[in-house]
Design a binder for this molecule. Structure first.
Ligand code: MN
Length: 294
């Protein structure tokens, strides 16, 4: 698609394709854009879903996400504006505010609710689903609230602010590290005329999502609210350039290469495991603190 800048020795990843996302509603009528949809799960393994929501009108978020189950993966919620209250069947509760992250490991299963703690004003954020390896799908549920001040960040000489939610960037370790999938999750704020480079192992699947302004990645323009899937072309880094001020999520991880079986909020490896999840849920097992691994 394009040649990397000839002054940089590191081979840079190109953009394979741009994705616009699909407008939908989930929970009790929350309007959102499903950026990473089910048909991209194999291509972007270990990531299963990315939802983006940015609603000014309370009618579009006030219903929130009442009690619902999950099993077999992790949900990562990142709030930009607004507040959401979390409760789950493992006894955890928390309030997610601007700049904060909630990292929830559904594991063997839980029931939780995510409800807005506001009746007006902007509600903006993201929810990413990260798969668990087969051997960890039935681990005990876990939940972690990461307040804004606990997310490591740094600013480059060009004034690029980098919040390191997971993984590592230029020697700064993120708030969360995960074995197996080694997720990288950065929120990058670029001033006008700046650029940012990040190393990404060639075997990892990677994408960028622009949520303010527009950026250039390897001569491809990524507009506001577009996802760029980065090519697995042997490149060892990505270069993001901003003509105008922009904000981008940069997400990458090591693919699991295992079968993916999804039925709504359950993501397992086989249809039989999905049937078991449904039976366990209907039998009320998710209402216990945790479902024992079997
Ligand atoms: Mn949920």
């Amino acid at each position: 698609m394009s040649q990397p800048s000839n002054l940089i020795a590191t081979p840079l990843r190109a953009v394979e394709r741009l994705v616009q996302g699909v407008a939908t509603a989930d929970g009790a009528g929350v309007r959102l854009t499903r950026v990473l949809t089910q048909n991209l799960q194999r291509r972007l393994d270990p990531f299963l879903m990315l939802d983006a929501f940015r609603n000014e009108n309370a009618d579009d978020y006030i219903g929130g996400f009442p009690d619902h189950p999950h099993r077999g993966f992790e949900t990562v919620s990142y709030m930009i504006a607004g507040r959401m209250r979390h409760h789950d069947s493992a006894g955890n509760a928390g309030l997610l505010g601007p700049g904060g992250v909630q990292w929830m490991t559904a594991g063997s299963g839980l029931i939780h609710s995510e409800l807005p703690e506001q009746e007006e004003g902007l509600m903006e954020g993201f929810q990413l689903w990260l798969n668990l390896p087969a051997r960890d799908k039935m681990i005990a549920p876990n939940y972690r609230d990461i307040p804004p001040a606990a997310i490591p960040e740094y600013t480059t000489a060009e004034g690029v602010r980098v919040r390191v939610i997971a993984g590592a960037s230029q020697g700064v370790a993120g708030a969360v590290q995960r074995p197996h999938t080694e997720p990288l999750y950065l929120d990058v704020h670029l001033p006008a005329g700046s650029h940012f480079e990040q190393a990404i192992p060639p075997g990892h699947n990677a994408f960028a999502y622009t949520y303010r302004g527009a950026v250039e990645i390897a001569d491809t323009t990524v507009n506001d609210r577009q996802m760029a899937i980065l090519a697995n072309d042997g490149g060892t880094a990505v270069r993001i350039a901003a003509g105008e001020a922009a904000r981008v999520l940069l997400i990458a991880g090591r693919p699991l290469g295992e079968p993916i079986a999804q039925y709504g909020p359950f993501v397992m490896n086989t249809g039989e495991e999905l049937q078991q999840a449904i039976r366990d849920y209907q039998a009320g097992l998710f209402e216990a603190a945790s479902v024992q691994a079997r």
